[in-house]
Ligand binder design. Structure first.
Ligand code: HEC
Length: 247
């Protein structure tokens, strides 16, 4: 379609055939469903990070920065396992943990403490299917400070997100720009989800360094979700209602 002045008029939804409209509609519905699945997945996998139900900033901080206030072993002997250990033995074990939980002191100082009660349950042969603490390797998994997601996992997650989501947003945006909305609003909605993905990924790395950045992960994720939702809903609506130019 060519306008009188010779400018190319951009394609709008009303220029599309029914087949194209059906293609767009199915794609938008599946992307919307995918987004809901992605957020549900995040919720069920992250909400218990900080030990409390419900997704919070500390859940996000724990997954990237880790919970560096201590080890799971220390949390256990101060908490759910406290009844199985004397105060003196607990302090010895905590001192060992703070000292780096080295193997050299395991056999002579730590193993005897474990043998008093812990190994009644925490050994393969107890049949209780609990973590096995009869060896250094078995105990050590619970004696490491949790520093959150590893750099390798973070890099993997980042490049998958950047490639995958930008491609998805490119296709989504290609559909959305055929709608008729305020042009400034349209430009904002085209750029904002891309910007949000960039800030989101960057904030994972920042949160790995400093847990205070967890709030940015949430804000950027929210902006991405809102922009995608608006693009999808406006497109779905106008694909089937826009019959001619609004002006
Ligand atoms: C009577 C059996 C029993 C004894 C004795 C026992 N535990 Fe446990 N322990 C359990 C059970 C059951 C769980 C899993 C449920 C839970 O986490 O409360 C568990 C879980 C743990 C965990 C994992 C917590 C987590 O973060 O998932 C640690 C660490 C632990 N015990 C340490 C110890 C230590 C150290 C001792 C000795 C001082 C000890 N336990 C003695 C039964 C026992």
């Amino acid at each position: 379609m060519v306008a009188p002045e010779g400018h190319i008029v951009p394609k709008r939804f009303y220029d599309r055939t029914i087949s194209e409209k059906l293609l767009y509609t199915c794609f938008l519905l599946l992307v919307g469903l995918g987004y809901l699945m992605a957020t549900s997945y995040l919720y069920v996998t992250h909400q218990m990070n900080d030990g409390k139900p419900g997704l919070s900033i500390s859940d996000v901080a724990d997954s990237y920065y880790g919970n560096r206030s201590g080890t799971r072993l220390e949390a256990a002997i101060r908490g759910s396992m406290a009844g199985n250990i004397s105060i003196e033995d607990r302090d010895l074990m905590v001192a060992w943990l703070k000292d780096g939980a080295g193997e050299d002191h395991f056999e002579h100082e730590i193993k005897p403490i474990l043998q008093k009660t812990c190994l009644n349950c925490h050994v393969q042969s107890s049949g209780m299917n609990l973590p096995d603490f009869s060896t250094y390797a078995g105990l050590h998994k619970f004696a490491e400070v949790d520093t959150g997601m590893s750099m390798a996992s973070l890099l993997k997650l980042s490049h998958i997100h950047l490639f995958g989501i930008s491609l998805l947003l490119f296709m989504l945006g290609g559909i959305f720009i055929q709608s008729e909305v305020n042009v400034i609003f349209k430009r904002f909605l085209v750029v904002s989800p891309m910007l949000a993905v960039f800030v989101d990924v960057a904030s994972w790395f920042m949160t790995k360094m400093d847990s205070n950045y967890a709030i940015i992960v949430i804000v950027a994720g929210g902006l991405l979700g809102m922009s995608m939702a608006l693009q999808i809903l406006i497109s779905l609506f106008q694909i089937w209602t826009l019959k001619r130019p609004l002006r």
